[in-house]
Design a protein around this ligand. Structure first.
Ligand SMILES: [Cu+2]
Length: 489
């Protein structure tokens, strides 16, 4: 639900701005002269659900994006200039049902709202700072006058707490961008301050005017961010450098990340920006895509090749495109397996193969809630109902039509459906597989495996059913151990 924020109740905002803002309702016909000179009323979002595309009410036409678990910021057109109002402020963001984080963001959410404009638009962005410290906004990837680049100390003074600054420039280059502070960055980005920006190409009739940018049926976007929040607490630890425990898409973790719901045959674009402190190989099942753009712009056609995984390095953006021509529920996730898990202590020893028979019962007499973890791998963790502290999430969770998904973090699904209507983004539910197309238990007889015969006197084949011609070296037990520490997560 979009709500209009009443600035009178806000704290830390200067009185002049407050008086001006409350008279400036977007779309109000009786706008006073004072209001005309005032800021656009800030619009705030209370929901973490994916909002439908914002169809442009005025200005040049474009095909709007859908922000995963996010929304697009409405604007006000003043003398041909698109005016936006960002409010940097503390927010409460639900990471997934069962866990809320105290973050910093914009207009009620982290990440902030997506800003969508068209190539050639003159854009004026008011930024009100309701944080307890100064901030600034850097418009990552944009061509703009140096003084609008948002680097506090270098190109502008920082925006003090309680003050409003204005940025103004022409969106010269179409493409995929983001915004984030360039003031006390380590704190402010670790707290969730970031947002997406899309500059759409101009239209030339039914086509875009850019030879390297096609129109698509669905255009999704999201940012990668990471947090370190101790189970049971709500505020990220800002001093963490690499050892984060919550890997998010738009400040959501699975099962809180909405699915990407598309119609069979749709041309789909997905834009991803990385504001974490490590790279993420983003992987799609069932389809091949091409990288059609970066934060530097559209890629030349000759540079595009099919992939199913694209690595998004720190500070980079990638824009991928494909035809959704296979029906089903296709996993879509970061390929680092510890990035598809939620917060949990890392100091859990590997217990695979350790026989705990009898031991748990004896310990339970002393420690009533004692449970054994991981003697058959960690999959049991997803199904057991361990007592968790308040405000945290199971390490791996989520239930699908065939049982537990054993996932968390950067994971969701692409749902491709024959009957998904054009422009409809609702969740169609789980895929109904045609009969005989699901992997199933084999209950028939199994053929003897084919084995290489021992053909030479010098060949020793420990697996061969034939008698070896030479004595087999006794098996040596090798123990593999991962390096300790978590650098490079
Ligand atoms: Cu990752």
């Amino acid at each position: 639900m979009v709500t209009r924020r009443d600035f009178i109740r806000g704290s830390g905002v200067n009185v002049a701005a407050t008086a001006a803002v409350i008279t400036a309702a977007v779309g109000t016909s009786a706008v006073s002269r004072v209001a005309m000179a005032a800021l656009p009323e800030p619009v705030s979002q209370t929901s973490a659900a994916t909002q439908g595309p914002l169809m442009p009410p005025d200005g040049r036409p474009y095909d709007p994006v859908v922000t995963l678990n996010g929304w697009t910021l409405p604007w006000r057109m003043v003398d041909g200039v698109k005016e936006f109002h960002l409010v940097a402020e503390p927010v409460v963001r639900e990471l997934a049902p069962g866990m809320k984080a105290h973050l910093w963001g914009y207009n009620g959410q982290s990440p902030g709202p997506t800003i969508e404009v068209v190539e050639g638009d003159r854009v004026r962005i008011f930024v009100t700072n309701r944080l307890p410290e100064h901030t600034s906004v850097h418009w990552h990837g944009q061509r703009l006058p140096n003084g609008m680049d948002g680097v506090s100390g270098l190109t502008q003074p920082a925006i003090p707490a309680g003050k409003t600054f204005v940025y103004e420039f022409v969106a010269r280059r179409p493409g995929t961008f983001m915004y984030h502070p360039h003031a006390d960055e380590m704190t402010q980005m670790a707290m969730g301050m970031m947002g997406f920006w899309v500059t759409h190409p101009k239209r030339d009739g039914a086509r875009t005017s850019h030879p390297l940018i096609d129109r698509v049926d669905r255009d999704f976007c999201f940012l990668l961010s990471a947090y370190d929040i101790e189970p049971g607490s709500a505020t990220p630890k800002i001093m963490t450098m690499t050892d984060f425990n919550l890997w998010t898409w738009n400040s959501r973790v699975f099962p809180g990340i909405d699915s990407l719901n598309v119609r069979l045959g749709d041309r789909v674009r997905i834009r991803v920006g990385n504001l974490t402190m490590t790279n993420h190989p983003i992987h799609l099942h069932g389809h091949e895509f091409s990288v059609t753009g970066t934060d530097g712009g559209p890629t030349p056609v000759g540079s595009r090749w099919p992939e199913v995984t694209t690595d998004v390095a720190v500070g980079q953006m990638r824009q991928v495109e494909f035809i959704a021509d296979e029906e089903g529920d296709w996993a879509f996730h970061c390929h680092k397996s510890h990035h598809t898990m939620n917060a949990m202590g890392h100091a859990v020893p590997t217990m695979i193969g350790v026989d705990h028979s009898g031991l748990a019962g004896r310990i339970a007499r002393v420690v009533p809630d004692y449970m054994v973890m991981g003697e058959r791998g960690m999959a049991d963790m997803a199904e057991m109902t361990m007592p968790l502290p308040d405000n945290t999430l199971p390490m791996m969770t989520g239930t699908g039509p065939f049982g537990s998904l054993e996932m968390g973090g950067m994971f969701t699904t692409l749902k491709v459906r024959r009957d998904q209507k054009p422009g409809e983004y609702g969740d169609p539910g789980w895929f109904q597989h045609p009969a005989g197309t699901v992997a199933r238990e084999w209950t028939g007889s199994l053929a003897e495996p084919v084995r290489a015969p021992a053909t030479s006197a010098t060949t020793t084949t420990p697996n061969a059913s034939t008698t070896p011609t030479q004595p087999v070296t006794p098996a040596v037990e090798l123990k593999a151990r991962k390096p300790s520490g978590h650098a490079g997560h």
